[in-house]
Design a protein. Sequence first.
Length: 99
Amino acid sequence: MSKNTIITDKQTKIARYAKAMSHPIRVHILEILASQSCCYSGDLTEILPIAKSTLSQHLKELKNAGLIQGEIELPKIKYCLNKENWNEAKKLFSIFFSE
């Protein structure tokens, strides 16, 4: 039996979401986006005490995991939660922690 056959889709998704949320700044970004409909990257720069390049890397991690989505509105980028994946992550973590 190979390693790939014992790993389920559910486990892979939980790990992907957990990795994306493994930094306190990313958790804070998710909290900000969960409390409002959307936020511009410039606004996040003002809220968070980190360099723009560092913020960009954190946003990239969250976007790659599918937890947020960005829409370019030059010269800014508007970020929002990806509601479908956010709800899936909440459900998967809830099931995982209740097992």
